[in-house]
Ligand binder design. Structure first.
Ligand SMILES: [Zn+2]
Length: 70
């Protein structure tokens, strides 16, 4: 795989900016642990929380409307 072929989609180390593989857990240059390597899991978790938050917000709005209508 040639990682240099796609400069924008290649994940980079947040500290030293070195290109790292998407499945790399640590930066080969500075040995920083890369949370971006587990991005899909973190994103899925965050997505669930966002979804829950949106549902709670809708529920609160409906409660407010019902309370105001009384
Ligand atoms: Zn690094």
């Amino acid at each position: 795989m040639s990682a240099s072929a796609e400069p924008l989609s290649v994940p980079r180390c947040t500290v030293c900016g070195v290109e790292v593989g998407s499945d790399t857990k640590r930066c080969p240059n500075c040995n920083l642990a890369l949370p971006a390597a587990r991005g899909s899991q973190v994103l899925g978790r965050t997505g669930l929380w966002v979804l829950g938050g949106v549902l709670l917000a809708v529920y609160a709005v409906v409660l407010l409307i019902v309370a105001a209508a009384r």
